[in-house]
Design a protein around this ligand. Structure first.
Ligand code: SAH
Length: 367
């Protein structure tokens, strides 16, 4: 049934929590098309049609955390652990710079030991120095995604040249957070980390998983309110997908098609509430539907992350079942993605960092 008053809600532009819940719960195809096209128009008018690449290097699956949903959690002894060498990571990043990607994301499981911290700092510094070129005078843009760290560590990484950081809050609902993590992993720690990242001067990214057992539309609406109120610059969200070797596998999963649509609705409503942020069309969308990332772009996303992880270790970085492209090389990912982006009427912003406009406005930079 078509939601009464949908046009009236969309025209308001500023939504109450209940209105967000109504938008997130839309299922009728005509309603969905209205929501989608409003989000797409907001993006195109505000930020343009460029899609920015962040070449993703998943450089190690060693992790000290034990998140109940994640395939590379500490207690999963079925996964073969790997860490790429400095040379391998730098080589992947330089390839990315040569291809015109503009930015890379270095992601790994969480470690806080000094050797790891020194290693990351050194890798970031080396990439910054070696990637500077005519096309990218300030070198490759680097986003780090290496979990919870002390403020001094975030500061060191920033000084080494990382200027964006991703740390998903996973859910802002305290009870749900407690259900999907061991007791020693606290929501407050993540909030403190996001705060110190913002204080240091990073462009800060966060996000949530969608379709977690027990998660309601109200909780997801609150997540969006959090993105807005915390003044988050970048958002990466995706469907929760079970992994057999995790404790949460026994909870089962929600209907995949429904979760997929809900994830698209989350992107659209987030775009309407936070019009200037960068939003990623994540790989987990593609794990459910082959054209999932392109659909994410048409619902208001403007960033995508081609996978640069060497093919030999991709299969060991399985956060969830059915992760796509585990047998493909980076060149195949590049070509495949470009045609997918063009197929939805968008273009790639090559050789640009593609920074968050929200960050520029929040900090007064570039205005
Ligand atoms: N250690 C880093 C990287 C974590 S993996 C960090 O803490 O930021 C990146 C993201 O994968 C996680 O934040 C989580 O949201 C997502 N993820 C993990 N397991 C998942 C699953 N089963 N389904 C969907 N997404 C998952």
């Amino acid at each position: 049934m078509v939601l009464k008053g949908l046009k009236r809600i969309l025209d308001k532009g500023v939504f109450t929590r209940n209105e967000m819940v109504s938008l997130l719960g839309l299922t009728d195809p005509k309603d969905l098309e209205r929501l989608r096209s409003r989000a797409e128009t907001t993006l195109l008018e505000g930020l343009g049609k460029q899609v920015y690449y962040r070449g993703l290097v998943e450089f190690s699956n060693r992790c000290v955390l034990d998140c109940y949903y994640c395939g590379i959690r500490r207690s999963n002894d079925k996964v073969e652990r790997f860490s790429l060498s400095k040379e391998e990571i730098v080589e992947a990043a330089l390839w990315c710079a040569r291809e015109g990607y503009g930015s890379a994301v270095l992601q790994s499981g969480q470690r806080q030991d000094p050797a790891f911290i020194d290693f990351v700092e050194d890798v970031v510094h080396t990439i910054k120095t070696e990637s500077a070129s005519e096309n990218l005078p300030q070198g490759l843009g680097i986003t780090l995604c290496v979990g919870e760290q002390a403020p001094e560590v975030y500061q060191r990484f920033f000084e080494a040249g990382a200027h964006r950081y991703l740390l998903r809050i996973e859910t802002t609902h305290p009870e749900l957070y407690a259900q999907i993590h061991p007791a020693e992993q606290r929501l407050q720690t993540r909030l403190d980390c996001l705060q110190s990242l913002q204080d240091i001067g990073y462009q800060v990214g966060t996000g949530v998983m969608i379709g977690l057992p027990g998660q309601t539309l109200e909780m997801l609406a609150d997540d969006i309110v959090f993105f807005h109120d915390f003044s988050i610059d970048m958002i990466g969200m995706g469907p929760y997908i079970t992994h057999d070797d995790t404790p949460m596998a026994e909870c089962g999963s929600a209907d995949q098609a429904a979760v997929f649509q809900l994830a698209l609705n989350m992107i659209a409503v987030t775009r309407l509430v936070c019009p200037n942020v960068n939003i990623a069309a994540t790989t987990a969308l593609q794990a459910i539907k082959p054209d999932g990332r392109e659909q994410g772009l048409t619902y208001g996303a403007n960033v995508t992350m081609p996978n640069l992880t060497p093919t030999e270790v991709r299969a060991s970085y399985q956060l969830y079942e059915g992760k796509p492209c585990v047998n493909e090389g980076r060149g195949e990912c590049r070509n495949c993605l470009l045609s997918r982006i063009e197929s939805v009427g968008r273009e790639v912003g090559f050789d640009r960092w593609g920074d968050s406009t929200h960050f520029a406005i929040r900090t007064g930079a570039g205005l």
